[in-house]
Ligand binder design. Structure first.
Ligand SMILES: Cc1ncc(COP(=O)(O)O)c(C=O)c1O
Length: 388
């Protein structure tokens, strides 16, 4: 299997697995049991891990809340902030191309009496295609806007948002900014304090860590931010998210983020050149392929992302005819949903075009050889499907 679906998830780096192993059967103390050495060791490992992570993303360790992943982080940020007893404003602004972990929550908030604005992205031919339309965002924020939520990098078309500009706009208009940075953390440089982002969500399995662990930064910028806890219990993490913390997974996430930071420059260059080779390989042999999203270069687009629309075949047929290559027709998290991609249609592609589209996510473990082999398999499958 050639794995080109690194936006859905990434393989756990073996160095990360090594780092987490002792915390299962050797050092298994409960980090909240401070009456003995085993518990204290686990607590120290967690503190150390959070400090490492905080340094890598430019925040104070106290602002990091450990969660089960980005879905939970988004819920804690958006609901937690909007439902805080001191919150009197009743308007939530987000972008039509966000992940369902934000969009479905927005629908839920509407049921709870919030007014929700979903801002369209720049369309297909814009250099920042897929990113939130900045003029429309500015127009939508009003005196009643409690929170704005904008993703840093889009999980389907890889467009990278100008977060600093967005943070400035939100703060000038007196509102708070949440950023779903799930696809950005570990892939592009992140300095949360410098960018002045108030709330930020991330998930370890997108940067070569394990699934089921992530974090939310609360008060990452220059303002004090209060959230209402969504999980109530033993009061762990200063009451912000109760439940026994998982030392193995936290050590793993911290190791993964430290590796990503150390190796970012070389990984980015490699992954980008592999992605470009794939693009050249398929477009030189298959006619009529259209690129979805911004041009293929930083700072506009994630280095490993490629999203294309085919002229003659549906994405699902191409995937079925190429079983040895793992790629996708949209976001994995919504692949249970048979609708065509809301991201592509939000950018102006028709439903038929969206159904003829696929997403590749190249990762750090992919090789030149895999690109060559995948191109052969993809072209062969295309020719079979179109009888050419
Ligand atoms: C942008 C974005 N947000 C949120 C999520 C959900 O993350 P998790 O799997 O950690 O809940 C994903 C996963 O694909 C994502 O890409």
């Amino acid at each position: 299997m050639i794995y080109f679906d690194n936006h859905a998830t990434t393989p756990c780096d073996r160095r990360v697995v090594e780092a987490m192993l002792p915390w299962f059967s050797d050092q298994y103390g409960n980090p909240h049991s401070d009456s003995h050495e085993m518990g204290r060791l686990a607590a120290e490992a967690i503190d150390q891990s959070i400090a490492t992570m905080a340094l890598a993303i430019g925040v104070a360790p106290e602002s990091v809340v450990i969660t089960s992943g980005a879905t939970e982080s988004n819920n804690l940020a958006i609901r937690g902030f909007c439902q805080h007893p001191r919150q009197k404003k009743r308007h939530f602004v987000t972008v039509a191309t966000e992940h369902p972990a934000v969009l479905d929550l927005a629908t839920e908030m509407e049921r709870d009496g919030f007014r929700v604005s979903r801002i369209p992205p720049y369309s297909i031919n814009h250099p920042r295609a897929g990113c939130v339309d900045m003029d429309k965002l500015a127009d939508a924020i009003d005196d009643d806007t409690a929170l704005v939520s904008v993703m840093w990098a889009n999980n389907e078309v890889g467009s990278i948002a100008p977060m600093q500009e967005i943070a400035e706009l939100c703060h000038k208009k007196g509102t708070i900014l949440h950023c779903d940075a799930t696809q950005a953390v570990g892939r592009i440089p992140i300095d949360i304090r410098g960018t002045d982002i108030d709330l930020l969500s991330a998930s370890a399995h997108k940067f070569y860590g394990p699934k089921g662990i992530g974090f939310l930064v609360v008060g990452g910028g220059n303002r004090r931010v209060r959230i209402k806890p969504q999980i109530i219990g033993g009061g762990q993490q200063h009451g912000r998210r109760s439940g026994t913390m998982n030392p193995a997974a936290i050590v793993a996430m911290s190791t993964a983020i430290a590796i990503a930071a150390q190796e970012m420059t070389t990984t980015t260059a490699r992954v980008q050149s592999l992605r470009d080779k794939l693009w050249k390989g398929v477009t030189s042999q298959i006619p009529g392929i259209l690129l979805n999203g911004p041009n293929l270069s930083l700072p506009d687009r994630l280095p490993g992302n490629l999203n294309i629309t085919m002229e003659a075949i549906e994405g699902e047929s191409w995937m079925a005819a190429t079983p040895d290559v793992a790629f996708s027709s949209g976001s994995a998290c919504s692949s249970v949903d048979p609708r065509a991609s809301h991201v592509l249609m939000g950018m102006g592609r028709s439903e038929s075009e969206a159904r003829r589209s696929v997403r590749f996510g190249i990762g750090k473990f992919n090789t030149e050889n895999e690109i060559d082999n995948a191109v052969k398999l993809l072209v062969r499958a295309y020719e079979k499907l179109t009888d050419t």
